[in-house]
Write a protein that binds this ligand. Structure first.
Ligand code: BG6
Length: 483
């Protein structure tokens, strides 16, 4: 049972309503939070406590049938109308913190969740210190969401601002993919199976393919997305994080103290491509009008809040190489985009098959990790075809979670909040990881911005431009997943 006060900056926002309140409620239901906790929500709007409780009740309405339970939970929520730049408001906040600490006996433990635009992170952190809200009396942890900067330079400035108040081990940078069940499962697949552990290297793995496909477009986020694009929105964070888990060496133990340095080592060993290599190995695309599931969709440039002359990529694909003993020269292909054929996140690991004694072609062993929407693994192996002739054919060993297991699997945010309460940083991005990934991404961005490689159009409902398929051909392989 945890004693803590959560302070949520951006309490009236979408993230808070859709993810944070339901996650806190699940933690409450499971007993992780009970009597000794309170939540202070802050935002500009002049809400009352009663109104805020109503918002919380609304957000958790699907998660319980007990009105008493829901109301008891919501009674722990307090609201303060707050202008993040006004020092006086932090004084009021400090008073409320002290009062609630007394009332709920929270031992001065505090978690701050900044669920708002990153340009305010530095201001908030510095006020938390100057107004003595961060006072060192209990544990004090800061949770922030991406984007962590928009380039190495801005990320460094942000980090510098935060580090005036918080140490690295107090900062929890959420990458919500690291809270997903099947991403965490990669650790189990790799390190709990002798079958894979010994072949997880350049001697046996031919290439790895990472696909993060989405069928949705930019929705109502055109304003943000048009300044970001697929590379910064998905690759700099989610895809490189997954790559680091796939490519890391075995940690001495499954703890953040051992896991994070191994992941950092991978990201710091990424080859930084020069301009010519970027032109050859990285593809950018933008969706055109098209049809998905019998529905017509407009081109990206016709979406709301998008510049009609925009050159922002809604699709990115490419190949990364890592200079480590384990994976030197092994291609890590990736692709991600909006308005693709269907939503699907999956990883294919293709093994080498260069010891063929049969007088026929045999298929590569392929391990597929299905992240979402289905969750599970499959392994393609070879067996003998039934019959009097000896012919080898591939068969698939397939495992998917059943509906019940999926229903019970904790939401990514719930798991991540639980980790924060336990001070476990394993599933969060360390500053060194953020720094290394921006170093690589900046390089690609600058080549693309200088228009040194084309922006390929692709039809909505396809799997991106043909050039993404041609890329793999150059390496004598092809995308395993072709929906
Ligand atoms: C977010 C991106 O980080 O991840 C979005 O900003 C994207 O553009 C989303 O849609 C995808 O997450 P999920 O969990 O729906 O696969």
């Amino acid at each position: 049972m945890t004693q803590v006060i959560f302070t949520i900056f951006g309490a009236s926002g979408d993230l808070a309503k859709r993810k944070l309140y339901p996650s806190l409620f699940r933690l409450y239901k499971s007993g992780v939070l009970s009597e000794h906790f309170a939540v202070i929500g802050t935002a500009r709007r002049p809400w009352t406590k009663a109104y805020f409780e109503g918002v919380v009740l609304d957000a958790i309405s699907d998660l319980t049938t007990s009105k008493t339970e829901a109301e008891k939970f919501a009674s722990h929520f307090y609201y303060q109308s707050h202008d993040v730049e006004d020092a006086d408001h932090y004084v009021t906040l400090k008073n409320l913190q002290d009062e609630l600490c007394e009332k709920y006996q929270t031992s001065h433990n505090k978690v701050f969740f900044l669920a708002m635009a990153p340009e305010f992170f530095g201001t908030i952190a510095s006020h938390l210190k100057s107004e003595n809200i961060v006072d060192g009396l209990g544990f004090e942890r800061l949770i922030i969401e991406k984007p962590f900067g928009t380039s190495l330079e801005t990320a460094e400035a942000l980090n510098q601002a935060l580090s005036e108040t918080f140490n690295e081990n107090q900062i929890f940078r959420i990458d919500h993919y690291l809270g997903k069940e099947m991403i965490q499962n990669i650790f189990a697949v790799r390190f709990a199976n002798v079958l894979f552990e010994h072949v997880w290297n350049r001697e046996f793995i031919d290439n790895i393919q990472i696909t993060f496909a989405e069928s949705i477009g930019v929705e109502d986020r055109g304003g943000y997305y048009d300044k970001s694009g697929a590379l910064k929105d998905m690759v700099q964070n989610h895809i490189l994080q997954v790559l680091s888990i796939l490519a890391m060496d075995k940690p001495a133990s499954f703890s953040s103290a051992d896991v994070l340095p191994e992941k950092i080592k991978v990201l710091e060993s990424l080859c930084i491509p020069d301009e010519a290599t970027i032109a050859k190995n990285f593809i950018r695309g933008q969706y055109q009008a098209g049809r998905i599931n019998q529905q017509d969709f407009p081109s990206y440039v016709d979406e709301p809040s998008v510049d009609p002359a925009s050159k922002t990529e809604t699709f990115a694909s490419g190949v990364f190489f890592i200079e480590t003993d384990r994976f030197k020269d092994v291609p890590f292909f990736f692709r991600t985009g909006k308005r693709l054929t269907e939503k699907g996140t999956r990883i294919n690991i293709l093994f080498k098959n260069d010891q063929n004694i049969f007088n026929q072609d045999i298929q590569q062993n392929i391990l597929t990790i299905y992240i979402q929407p289905t969750e599970g693994f499959s392994l393609q192996v070879n067996g003998k075809e039934v019959g009097k002739n000896f012919a080898v054919e591939p068969v698939k060993l397939d495992f998917r979670h059943d509906a019940e297991a999926l229903g019970n699997s904790p939401e990514a945010y719930e798991k991540l909040m639980y980790d924060v309460l336990n001070g476990d940083a394993t599933n969060f991005s360390h500053w060194q990881e953020v720094k290394a990934s921006w170093t690589l991404i900046d390089q690609i961005v600058s080549t693309w911005q200088a228009d040194k490689s084309p922006l390929y159009p692709y039809q909505s409902g396809s799997m991106g431009p043909d050039e993404s398929f041609d890329l793999l051909e150059q390496y004598d392989t092809s995308w395993v997943w072709q929906p």
